[in-house]
Design a protein around this ligand. Structure first.
Ligand SMILES: [Zn+2]
Length: 128
């Protein structure tokens, strides 16, 4: 399910294309992450059930929110890259600089290896 995409980087308002490799999460990893969101909500519901007053509010909310949280994570993670790795020509010193983002949520900030100019790798990428 790796699509050919062009990832752009932004240097102080100037957007330039990068040479990047993008990997997406596999279906079973997405399901695992969604299940974890559900588990966290239901664990919260289970724990708060013993707390007076709070259990009237938080327990039902956490219980009901579980499946929604799982769906939210499911759809969100599908669009997220598991790995973005590549290089771009720094717009400040004109040298190639590398970046690698693994298992991270946007936004992707990096600095040039040579002159330490900050830039952002833009996500979502544009489909080629
Ligand atoms: Zn630079």
């Amino acid at each position: 399910m790796d699509k050919p995409v062009v990832v752009f980087a932004e240097f102080a308002g100037k957007v330039v294309p990068t040479q990047s490799l993008v990997e997406f999460y596999a279906q079973n990893e997405i399901v695992k992450k969604a299940s974890k969101a559900l588990a966290v909500c239901w664990a919260t519901a289970a724990l708060t059930i013993f707390i007076p007053i709070i259990h009237l509010v938080l327990t039902p909310i956490a219980f009901i929110a579980g499946p929604f949280a799982a769906l939210f994570v499911f759809f969100k993670v599908q669009k997220l890259p598991r790995l973005i790795e590549g290089s771009v020509v720094c717009q400040h010193c004109q040298k190639q600089t590398h970046f690698r983002f693994h298992n991270m949520n946007p936004r992707y900030y990096e600095i040039c290896e040579h002159c330490r100019t900050g830039y952002e790798v833009l996500w979502p990428a544009k489909e080629a």
